[in-house]
Ligand binder design. Sequence first.
Ligand code: KG4
Ligand code: ZN
Length: 343
Amino acid sequence: MTTPLILAIETTCDETAAAIVTSGPSVLASVVASQDELHRRFQGVVPEIAARAHVERILPVLDETLKNADLTLEQIDAFAVANEPGLAGSLIVGLMAAKTLALVTGKPLIAVNHLHAHIYACQFDEQTSIFPCIGLVVSGGHSHLYRCTSAFEFELLGGTIDDAAGEAFDKVASMLGLPYPGGPAISRVAEQGDPQAYQFPRSFIHDTDRLEFSFSGLKTAVRYEIAGTGHVDFAELDLSNELSANVAASFQEAVVDCLVEKSFQAVERTGCQTLCVGGGVAANQLLRVRLQERANQHGIRLCLSRRQLCTDNAVMGAIALEKFQAGIFDSLDLDIHPGLVRQ
Ligand code: KG4
Ligand code: ZN
């Protein structure tokens, strides 16, 4: 079969998403039900709320996806599902839905690693294969650098030793009284600020032996700058627009410097000529511009996930097409793997 139809499901965190994809890769339908509204007042994702919301949304999202593609369940050739990493309660909802669909239709089940899928999102705008490449995933839960040999071979080169890049954006936004998710809010405010106003730390940036990130010290430096070292209720802080803009711009500059520097250290270490970048933080305009500048200097190919595929979606589950073509399927015993032990 040359043009399989794959229905992919994504419920690893707080988006309930489904998509139908086919060879190309190309998209026939994509639905994302965001839960941002439910988590906003907590300034971050509450796992139990996320899991319950997935249960309510998964069937309507699946119905709408099939309807938008003008397809019936019987026409789908395989069901793909992100079963790692993510929130346990959230992952289970997607996995049970995919297993049920595979069971009732007798069609194959294909497991997707959510982080690998974020990198594969870059394939949609490329005429040739993105592999082999260095893959940078920068999201709310992860900041990882991989050497990707094929759609099935991802070697973890390094990652964050504490907060993920997106998590740092979300936490700093919360300190500045900006809404969740923090990434877009910080970028917006940063436009009015001076990125050189504060010299925030850039951990390990010149240590080429360590392909690791650390954003916890940066987050603490921002806290000390705006609130000192004592106990503080951030909701009570009355920060001037100028100070908020300068802190946001300087913070964003520091995160981008670290991400760009480490990515190109990975490129140099491995000799890879392609760098692929995905995940929610890859939507950041400053990061995209800086990566492109460096890629031009180094003469390497940069593949950026298109903006609407940076944050969580099921379209990136198209990585399952490669498994389908290779005849790699999973059994109905498939389990979830919330943590990062398995890469
Ligand atoms: O990939 P994603 O949707 O979910 C996870 O897999 O975690 O990433 C969400 C993260 C959030 O932390 C959000 O603040 C961040 O991506 N984000 C951004 C931007 N848009 C979303 N961070 C920086 N700049 C942005 N424009
Ligand atoms: Zn993600």
